[in-house]
Design a protein around this ligand. Structure first.
Ligand code: MN
Length: 424
């Protein structure tokens, strides 16, 4: 853990108490604007911090980085420097923003070019992922789905408490917040129908998830242990892993998710580092039955992250439809990464690892419309008088997340996506 960053520190940049990006956060992202080519940035308060300009001004010297790490479309180059490199960079940015530090503060002309109002820029997909894996690690979600599609007596499948269940998703369709999606079309076969039909999905759904991104892992044939996993995890973001439940329901046997899942997954633009989240670590649930030795772990590896999912109808107001927390995960990231690589599968720079839908134990804490509307049997009442069983065209789905204690708030910003009607 990074010991240098203090909860009592203040910045010379004004930051509101409710901001997701205090000086203790220092997330990473990529932005562009009519005045700016794509470049790597951090954030404080309402400003992006232009790391290309900072580097050009010799403010990031001696850390081992070069211009190609910042003058680029993705964080991948910077992430090649591994945990020690990005940690030094984050601490240097923190130093430059401290109210006691005058290096940047005293150079108003430079500070004005470095601090760019977030409202004036376009945030881009932060990381280029060659591979995307989605886990299924929230017990309540797996239990709810088991109840809905099988029976409450045997809701969890026999492997669930032994294996962090997952599947390989589609990296090419990971999109950044703000990019619209088109309602997918595909084959569907309601249980009562004799033959499948083709058309727009009628059961379009979100999945409230987080995602973590990896540094370069180990070569093919080697494995990452649970107690090494932190060194291979760069940071986390919010993740809406879209699902077309009707397409998914017809296609998934025997090989699992395919076209019902691979049309889009939306990610928030700022990656919050694992270092920034360290003080929000909490113990996980007792794992019973006991896991196999390669899945055992020590220390607090779960994290207390408040998560909200919101539906905003076209020209309407926001409706909070679910409030969950990352602490409800059964399997933590260390176990997921250890399991993923235990067979020798190589983990690569920028791999995206979805948590799976995160649902809490109580009603109101569910992370998908499938669960919120209990498969369409309990429609959600919106503030405008309409109901939602699943998502409608024109709906915008927004996910927000933050960690909060008495000293500091570390936020993720949001991931926001509007649903456009299916193509003709
Ligand atoms: Mn998912």
């Amino acid at each position: 853990m990074s010991s240098k960053i203090s909860n009592s520190a203040n910045s010379w940049v004004e930051v509101s108490k409710k901001s997701d990006f205090p000086i203790q956060n220092i997330p990473f992202g990529v932005f562009q604007s009519p005045n700016h080519s794509p470049r790597v940035a951090s954030a404080i308060g309402d400003f992006a911090i232009d790391l290309k300009v900072l580097f050009e001004a010799n403010m990031l010297n001696g850390l081992g980085f070069d211009m190609s790490d910042f003058d680029t479309n993705f964080l991948n180059n910077m992430m090649r420097h591994g945990k020690s490199g990005t940690r030094k960079l984050r601490e240097r940015i923190y130093d430059l923003l401290l109210d006691s530090n005058i290096e940047l503060q005293s150079n108003q002309e430079l500070a004005k070019r470095v601090l760019v109002p977030i409202q004036d820029i376009e945030m881009m997909l932060p990381i280029e992922s060659r591979d995307y894996t989605d886990f299924y690690s929230s017990e309540q979600h797996a239990f709810n789905v088991g109840c809905l599609f099988r029976d409450p007596e045997n809701a969890l499948l026999p492997n669930w408490k032994h294996i962090p269940v997952g599947y390989h998703g589609r990296a090419s369709s990971i999109i950044v917040s703000g990019q619209d999606i088109v309602r997918p079309k595909g084959q569907k076969k309601p249980p009562t129908a004799e033959v499948p039909t083709f058309g727009p999905s009628n059961l379009l759904d979100f999945e409230l998830e987080t995602v973590f991104f990896t540094y370069q892992g180990k070569p093919l044939g080697e494995s990452i242990k649970t107690d090494e996993a932190d060194d291979y995890i760069f940071g986390m973001a919010l993740f809406n892993d879209w699902s077309a439940r009707d397409i998914q329901g017809w296609e998934y046997v025997p090989l699992g998710p395919f076209l019902g899942k691979n049309f889009a997954s939306s990610v928030s633009p700022w990656i919050v580092t694992l270092d920034a989240l360290e003080q929000f670590r909490i113990p996980g649930p007792k794992q019973e039955p006991k896991v196999l030795p390669y899945l055992e772990y020590s220390g607090d590896k779960h994290i207390d992250i408040n998560l909200d999912v919101i539906i905003q109808p076209e020209n309407g107001e926001e409706n909070i439809v679910g409030q969950s927390n990352y602490k409800y995960m059964y399997w933590n990231m260390n176990q997921q990464l250890a399991h993923h690589s235990v067979n020798g599968c190589n983990i690569c720079l920028g791999d995206a690892m979805g948590s799976g839908t995160i649902s809490g134990p109580n009603e109101g804490e569910y992370g998908s419309m499938l669960e919120i509307s209990w498969k369409g049997t309990k429609p959600f009442k919106m503030s405008d008088g309409t109901e939602r069983k699943f998502l409608q065209d024109g709906d915008t789905v927004i996910m927000r997340g933050n960690c909060q204690n008495s000293d500091v708030r570390i936020g993720f910003g949001e991931v926001r996506t509007k649903i456009l009607p299916a193509n003709d």
